[in-house]
Design a protein around this ligand. Structure first.
Ligand SMILES: Cc1cc2nc3c(=O)[nH]c(=O)nc-3n(C[C@H](O)[C@H](O)[C@H](O)COP(=O)(O)OP(=O)(O)OC[C@H]3O[C@@H](n4cnc5c(N)ncnc54)[C@H](O)[C@@H]3O)c2cc1C
Length: 445
């Protein structure tokens, strides 16, 4: 059955990419009550609006999922893998000049700098500070590229990309997480003039989009009372390991507060403050970008607090940028085996790809609309993993409800505690049963 943008938003399946707004006369992105950006629902959307939505339930056959879109946009890629899609090569390392000021190894900053310096594009559309917070903005100063470094875990939207792109001379490169990249590809499919206009997408590997509540909570936990600005999500500790990073922000008096993320416990595996739609995204590695970049959550790289990137090149041109960077000694990057690359995102593959079928079934029972998903990803999982999935879905939803009602970190911590304990207990049981399966010679997940 055909659906509309209103169905996507009302069924909590919107990720806030904002591409549908460019297919509307008057809609714009607004904040919802759970700290996410969503399109304002009015009757101004045209019939292409739903077609460019990454969570459309009834896409046209030729572009129905990431596999079909990859066949269009990455048709020359020489390798293909079930989990990571089409690609040229996998690498690990960092950019010598950008590592210090970046989130991981500074590869995203390096690639954008190269695209601007080589005049492959004239503008980049990336996430950058504005009025103390962060939003997608236009940028074209290769010599000041570090101004656009670092990933920001706060809702941002591509709303203005297609509203403003026609006024920009020359070509444009964009950074995007998986669902945002899919939306750009869909737009390029339906409006082919944007294929040439946007010749390069830098894919940011994403474990889930966070509500603005996540930033509010972290600001309070770091000691700030009241409003905050210029928050930093990935302050590295070169003397420690890569996971041991800090959050920091300025309070109203311009005093900087900082806190190690380990003091708030696991914020990613638990799915706290995460968008519901992210539980229905099985594209772990931004399969439709020209190049995908993530954290090297992998021994020995995690031991290095300065940060290291994993890289998947998906076009020959993207691969060439990496290879030339290595030759010019601007990149300290080596090839990484496919298995090691996949190991760096193991938790995300397990949750997003293996757990998806179970979550979709739950969605079906709740009478929600169902986003179209790749059938090959839908696998059955053992009972112990279903129990963990259930607990994760519950705590995700609870975290948003509790923050909406309390907006105080102490109260939030008290109310979320039973959910955390339940999830921890169930996860412990899951690991015990999995180990038992291994001892009995049965396959582990
Ligand atoms: C919500 C989110 C979840 C993530 N989850 C994972 C994960 O599970 N596993 C993993 O390996 N990596 C994850 N990452 C990616 C990781 O945090 C790094 O961003 C990535 O490794 C690139 O690092 P870098 O040093 O190359 O980037 P940098 O050189 O620091 O540059 C970052 C680039 O990303 C752009 N950017 C900043 N914020 C956003 C945003 N919200 N959306 C799109 N572009 C943005 C900036 O403008 C800049 O161009 C996530 C990123 C985000 C935004």
């Amino acid at each position: 059955m055909n659906n509309s943008i209103a169905d996507i938003v009302n069924n909590d399946l919107c990720v806030g990419c904002g591409i549908c707004v460019s297919e509307s006369k008057s809609s714009k992105m607004i904040w919802n009550q759970y700290g996410f950006l969503v399109p304002k629902l009015d009757d101004s959307f045209n019939e292409t609006a739903i077609k460019v939505c990454p969570f459309n339930t009834s896409p046209e056959d030729s572009v129905r999922d990431e596999d079909h879109l990859a066949n269009i946009f990455l048709k020359d890629a020489k390798n293909i893998d079930d989990k990571i899609g089409k690609f040229e090569n996998t690498y690990v390392g960092y950019s010598k000049a950008n590592r210090e000021k970046s989130s991981s190894g500074g590869l995203a900053t390096y690639i954008f700098e190269q695209l601007l310096r080589r005049k492959i594009v004239n503008h980049i559309f990336v996430v950058k500070q504005v009025n103390g917070t962060y939003a997608y903005q236009w940028f074209n100063e290769a010599e000041h590229i570090l101004k656009v470094s670092k990933t920001r875990y706060i809702p941002v939207t591509l709303e203005n990309l297609f509203k403003e792109i026609d006024q920009k001379d020359g070509k444009v490169a964009v950074s995007g997480v998986a669902c945002f990249t899919k939306a750009i590809r869909l737009k390029q499919h339906y409006k082919p003039e944007y294929k040439e206009k946007i010749p390069f997408i830098v894919g940011i590997i994403c474990g889930g989009l966070k509500s603005s509540f996540f930033s509010d909570y972290l600001a309070q936990k770091s000691g700030i009372e009241g409003s905050y600005s210029k928050q930093e999500y990935r302050i590295k500790d070169p003397a420690s390991n890569a996971v041991d990073y800090s959050f920091g922000a300025f309070n109203q008096e311009n005093k900087f507060y900082q806190m190690k993320m380990k003091t708030v416990g696991d914020m990613w595996g638990t799915g706290l403050f995460k968008a519901n739609a992210c539980d229905f995204c099985d594209d772990v590695t931004t399969e439709l970008a020209d190049i995908s970049l993530g954290d090297a959550w992998l021994d020995p790289y995690t031991k290095d607090g300065k940060g290291t990137s994993v890289i998947v090149s998906r076009t020959q041109f993207a691969d060439q940028i990496i290879k030339e960077g290595i030759l010019k000694k601007e990149l300290s990057v080596t090839t990484l085996s496919l298995d090691s690359f996949k190991a760096s995102q193991a938790g995300s593959f397990k949750h997003r790809q293996l757990g998806e079928s179970f979550r979709l079934n739950k969605l079906k029972k709740s009478k929600s609309i169902l986003p179209y998903k790749r059938k090959r990803m839908l696998k059955s999982i053992p009972m112990e993993f279903k129990i963990v999935q259930n607990a994760r879905m519950t705590i995700r939803k609870a975290s948003l409800e509790i923050w909406k009602n309390t907006q105080k970190s102490e109260l939030f911590d008290l109310e979320i505690l039973p959910y955390k304990k339940r999830l921890k207990r169930k996860t412990r049981w899951y690991h015990r049963i999995q180990n038992l399966r291994l001892k009995l010679g049965l396959k582990k997940l």
